[in-house]
Design a protein around this ligand. Structure first.
Ligand code: GCV
Length: 848
């Protein structure tokens, strides 16, 4: 395989490092047999009917030339004119806009086009790509290249139109170069308080986005810095826009509502949206931006949410706030995306009827019809916050006179932070295909946000992506399927999510059948597995919402942020009924409300979202709630174990660099899935006292707890907080303090039948140190490793022993005789006191 890529490097004339930088646009050379016949049928010329060299049509010509050369090994020339000589050539690859095409005079195309749509006609080697606009022409070129890159040379005659006009990504980048909820390094847009000097990665990103038909980007965090609007930053934004324009990506920014005022740039005395000086300031600022960036997309605003300023400060409505920007943008054709993520983040769990899930509806329903036409209300898919499963936000049903967009999260904040494989489109589909039954008529969420259901002209999709400087963009090769599928679904939400995945696999890893099968299988299994081990029955992702949002912490939900589970020793779940609870079920249109109000008709996977029940309540499946919890956690974690051997079966079929990266992550996930399983199952077992019918929870026959090993040197037991993060609630550590360099030994005589075992070691890898470990059997070294996951993974790290830092490694195929001595030596490093939780001596096939 390596040799093959070496060859490709020669053919393409560039060094091809398989580090993921080109994502799904690798344009890998097809096998000779496949490409030769088609390559020879191609005409010698690409005709790109562009007007300028920054036009997406010009880009399309370049992409076609480069892509065809790399995929098929044939270099076509590019002409930017359709001269007599070219027109006499009946066969060429032509790309242009509808108006340019119709001006050629040879034929006039009257296809039913939507903005950004395209027509792709392939007849043998002759290819015609016509876009409704320049962007559409580029999309058509990428579509053609995607087909041939997958070895599909069939004739085609297709018109493709977008389902929705807004297909944007949101980046949560800060001006200092950090990224909120980013897991792939630092910002490609900003560094040290300014727009980055080198924007090479920005144009590479634009290329990836355009290839999946994304047409807009918000480049900075919704928790926005007023300095985004200084003259210096605007000059930098112009450079960003210039880098993305050739790919048809319009650029916008998130605004801090208080930017002009005393807490911002101090240019006005207030930030009241109805104050004439404030209105004039925003108009002038917006005019200034458009003067420099005429195709500016607009603004995104998070107002009166999580500490951000907004119009409510002045007793103005959220619509007053949105319309302030809408008026400034309107003369220029700009758009204001106004987030519906507004809620009180200081709630009281003791109040039974309080419910954060009610907030978006409560704040926005009454404002329907009050937003100007260039406002789009951007609604998170569920009523809380990107959880592993949520019902669709009821607000989608209540804004028939307002443009809306759905906000999805590609960055895996609550879904394993790119260190767990989770292919998210199956989750998105549950929302997009959900029927709100507004007025008892079909009202799919996807048809509401596209504008079709309520006859709106604007609407669509906003995906929070948070790419970083990591060459592979998201910090995980496999996570890129989410970005790919996001773009494709925003274009066509009826797309089949497995087929989209497989397009992505073929483009990213090649078409070898076993490669396609394995990545399909593990990806499609990943969201159900993750839901099983992190939060089932609609209870939300049971993570630590006060800290890293990464590992398990079931009890962390019961705090001021209002993501309550209301778990006590005999009951669990939010009562969101109208009859006895928060009334949230009544926010849905009547037909849907009736389903969720009633315990009997609520689907099991939303039981605990809508109802507060005993752990012994029986589900439709016949299981009790608590037994379902136990089984789901064991099943989900068991599925995650299978990803590792499945991926290993691809050794030699995927290049070494990406193979190793992915394997490392899948191994981590397998270990951390067990941390989740044990923490959540153990927590509810402890709380409820109800035993697992299968006898698994709290029972680990193959483990030896570190605290029960013979300890010497500096090792001493510590109680772990939260208790469920450690096996038997206890770990061992060496010394303490920032300059800790102590060491310790933990030894155990193995009382297992002689045989071959996998030896697993549960330990904690905390930020701020790289402890060194060695495992020895009868004094002979078995394995050594470092607590250096912070150098190799991208999730938010914890500085403590908890379920975020808890992890495990497996040393395979160890020959053990009864009576052998297993010893672990730990060398502390600074903040990392070489913490150990347990060792497990696992017969083949056993997961404990
Ligand atoms: C950008 C959640 C996240 C925050 C994020 C916020 C939002 O609360 O944890 O990091 O802030 O959502 O979407 O505004």
């Amino acid at each position: 395989m390596r040799a093959r890529w070496g060859l490709l490097a020669l053919v393409a004339g560039v060094a091809v490092a398989e580090n993921g930088l080109s994502g799904w646009l690798r344009y890998a050379s097809l096998p000779d047999g496949q490409r030769q016949q088609y390559a020879s049928s191609l005409p010698p010329l690409i005709v790109a009917l562009n007007s300028t060299s920054t036009s997406p049509v010009y880009t399309a010509g370049q992409e076609l030339q480069d892509g065809i050369q790399r995929i098929l090994g044939r270099k076509l020339e590019i002409s930017h004119e359709h001269s007599t000589s070219t027109s006499s050539n009946s066969s060429f690859v032509l790309v242009g806009t509808l108006s340019a095409y119709n001006k050629l005079g040879s034929q006039s195309l009257s296809t039913d086009f939507a903005p950004d749509g395209f027509w792709l006609n392939i007849k043998g080697g002759a290819v015609t790509i016509v876009g409704q606009n320049e962007r559409g022409a580029l999309y058509g070129a990428f579509e053609y290249l995607s087909r041939i890159a997958q070895g599909n040379f069939a004739d085609a005659d297709v018109v493709s139109n977008p389902d929705a006009p807004i297909r944007w990504v949101n980046e949560w980048d800060n001006m200092d170069g950090t990224i909120e909820r980013g897991y792939a390094g630092r910002s490609i847009f900003f560094a040290n308080g300014s727009v980055a000097t080198d924007l090479t990665r920005v144009s590479q990103y634009a290329r990836l986005l355009a290839s999946v038909r994304i047409n807009g980007i918000i480049v900075n965090n919704v928790n926005a810095n007023p300095r985004m609007l200084t003259n210096e930053t605007i000059a930098g934004l112009k450079r960003i826009a210039d880098s993305m324009r050739p790919y048809g990506i319009r650029v916008g920014i998130s605004l801090n509502f208080a930017s002009p005022g005393p807490d911002g740039l101090k240019e006005t005395a207030t930030f009241d949206p109805l104050d004439p000086t404030v209105i004039a300031w925003w108009e002038a600022k917006t005019n200034q931006i458009y003067q420099q960036i005429p195709d500016w997309a607009g603004y995104l605003v998070k107002a009166n949410s999580e500490g951000q300023p907004g119009p409510l400060t002045y007793n103005r409505t959220l619509a007053d706030g949105a319309n302030l920007f809408a008026r400034a943008l309107r003369p220029h054709g700009g758009i204001i995306m106004f987030r519906a993520f507004v809620y009180n983040s200081n709630m009281n769990p003791a109040v039974w009827k309080d419910d954060r899930a009610n907030a978006a509806y409560d704040f926005f329903k009454e404002l329907d019809g009050e937003f100007l036409d260039n406002v789009i209300v951007q609604i998170k898919y569920g009523p809380i916050d990107f959880q592993v499963r949520e019902p669709a936000s009821p607000l989608f049903a209540h804004l028939p006179n307002t443009n809306t967009a759905i906000e999805l999260q590609i960055t895996q904040e609550y879904l394993g932070q790119q260190d767990h494989l989770v292919y998210i489109p199956p989750l998105w589909k549950t929302i997009l295909d959900f029927d709100m039954r507004v007025g008892s008529k079909p009202s799919l969420v996807r048809d509401i946000v596209s504008g079709q259901r309520f006859s709106r002209t604007l609407g669509g999709y906003a995906g929070v992506v948070n790419v970083g400087t990591n060459p592979n963009w998201l910090g995980s090769h496999l996570a890129m399927s989410n970005l790919y599928a996001y773009g494709r679904l925003a274009w066509d939400p009826t797309g089949d999510i497995q087929s989209l995945l497989q397009d992505w696999i073929r483009l990213t890893f090649g078409s070898e059948p076993s490669v396609v099968k394995v990545i399909t299988d593990i990806s499609m299994a990943s969201w159900p597995a993750y839901e099983n081990y992190t939060g089932n029955l609609g209870i939300q992702t049971l993570t630590d919402i006060l800290y890293t949002h990464f590992g398990p912490c079931p009890q962390c939900q019961e705090n001021r942020w209002g993501q309550w589970t209301r778990a006590d020793k005999s009951t669990i779940g939010m009562d969101r009924t109208v009859s006895n609870g928060t009334g949230n079920s009544g926010q849905y249109p009547p037909e849907v409300a009736a389903v969720f109000e009633n315990l009997e008709t609520t689907p099991d996977n939303f039981l605990l979202w809508f109802h507060h029940v005993n752990y012994t309540h029986r589900l439709h499946s016949g299981k009790t709630v608590i037994q379902h919890f136990y089984d789901a956690h064991y099943d989900g974690a068991a599925t995650a174990q299978t990803f590792v051997p499945a991926w290993q079966s691809l050794q030699g079929k995927v290049d070494g660099e990406r193979f190793d990266d992915v394997l490392f992550k899948l191994r981590f996930q397998a270990g951390h899935a067990l941390v989740w399983r044990d923490a959540v199952a153990g927590y509810y077992y402890n709380l409820s006292g109800i035993a697992d019918e299968a006898g698994r929870v709290g029972h680990h026959p193959y483990r030896i707890e570190a605290e029960s090993m013979a300890l010497s040197g500096g090792y001493r037991p510590v109680a772990v907080d939260p208790f469920e993060a450690a096996s038997n609630f206890t770990a061992i550590v060496v010394g303490s303090g920032p300059n800790n360099n102590g060491s310790g030994e933990a030894a155990a005589v193995l009382d297992f039948p002689s045989g071959t075992y996998d030896v697993a070691v549960g330990y904690f890898d905390v930020a701020g140190g790289r402890a060194h470990y060695g495992a020895f059997l009868n004094g002979e070294p078995l394995h050594e490793w470092y607590g250096d996951l912070e150098d190799r993974l991208g999730h938010e790290f914890s500085t403590k022993l908890d379920a975020h830092s808890a992890t495990r490694i497996t040393i395979p195929d160890v020959d053990v005789k009864r009576g052998d001595v297993l010893k672990i030596i730990g060398l502390a490093d600074g903040n990392e006191p070489a913490p150990l939780d347990y060792v497990a001596i696992l017969p083949k096939g056993v997961v404990d």
